[in-house]
Design a protein around this ligand. Sequence first.
Ligand code: NAD
Length: 289
Amino acid sequence: MHKVGFIGLGNMGKGMAQNLSKNNILVTGFDVDKTVFEYLKHNKIKQENNLETLVKNNEVLITMLPDGPIVKKVWEQLINYSDQDKILIDCSTIDVETSLEVQKLAKIKGIKTLDAPVSGGVMGADSGTLTFMVGGDFDTYSSYKYLFDIMGKNSILCGEIGAGQSAKICNNMLLASTMIAVGESFNLAKNLGLNLEKLYEVLSTSSGSCWAINNYCPYKGIGPDSPADKNYNGGFATSLMKKDLSLAIAAAKSSGTKVNYGLQSQKSYAKLVDDGHGELDFSCVVEKL
Ligand code: NAD
C-alpha cells in the first residue's frame, strides 16, 4: 500500500488528503492546528504530531501550506529528516524563488521534488477534480502522476522545477480580475432590473462564460454551490488571493511585463484585507468592494 505524509490539512489539504485516503493510500496528516483532526477523525487519516516520525514512516511527503516562508520553514525540516528514497511535493502557492531555493536544497541530498500548485478551489479539492501545474523532471512527474490523478482531473508538466509556480501565478492573476469583472456584470444586471438566475443561465452558456461564473458564481443562491452560499465562509481566503497577486506583480516587475489589470486587482483585494475581510472567500469582492 502506498503511504503519504500530508502536511497542512486546511481548506484545501483536507479534501486532497481524504481523496488519497479513499483511494487506498495510507495517509498520515500533520498540522500545527490540531482542530483539523476533529473534522478528519471519521475517516482513515492518521494523526502524527512529530515531523521527523512522519518523514521516517512515509516515502511521499506532500505540503499544502499558506505561503512561502512557512513552506521554507517546513521543507528545511523535511529535508533534514529525509534521504534519497523520499519525494517532497509542494502543492502550496508560493513565490518561484522560494520554491527553487528549497527544491535545490533537497537535490543536494538527492531527494526528489516537484512543485505542484493547484487550481479548482475547495470544491475541486473535495471532489478530486483539481488541475495540477507541475514543475520538475519528466521521470519524477511520471512516477508520481498517479497521486495527481487521484486528487485531480488534470495534471500538466509545465517545465523544470519552479515552472508549476510560474503557471499558477499567471492563472490566479487572471482569476482575480475575472472575479471582479463578473461582480460588475451582475451588479449592472441587478440595476437594470434583470432576473439574476436568468442572467446566470445566459452568461454561463454564452461568450462571457468563465470559471468564476460557471463553477464559483459569487452570488448567493445562483449557480452551483459556492462560498457565496455560505456568506463567503470557507473557500479561498481573500488574504491568500492578495498574496498570490503580490507574487504575480513581483514576477511581472522582474520580467518587465505590463500587467495593468493585475495591478488594479491587487489594489482591490488589498483594500478588502485592510477593511477586515481577509478571512472571507475572495469572491466577496463582488459584494464588499
Ligand atoms: P488554509 O489556511 O485553509 O490551510 C493551511 C493549513 O496549513 C492550515 O490547516 C494550517 O494550520 C496549516 N499550517 C500552517 N503552518 C503550518 C506549519 N508550520 N506546519 C504544518 N501545518 C501548518 O489554506 P488553504 O486555503 O488550504 O490554502 C493552502 C495553499 O493552497 C495556499 O498556498 C493557497 O494559496 C493554495 N490554494 C488555495 C486554494 C483555495 O481555494 N483555498 C486554491 C488553490 C490554491
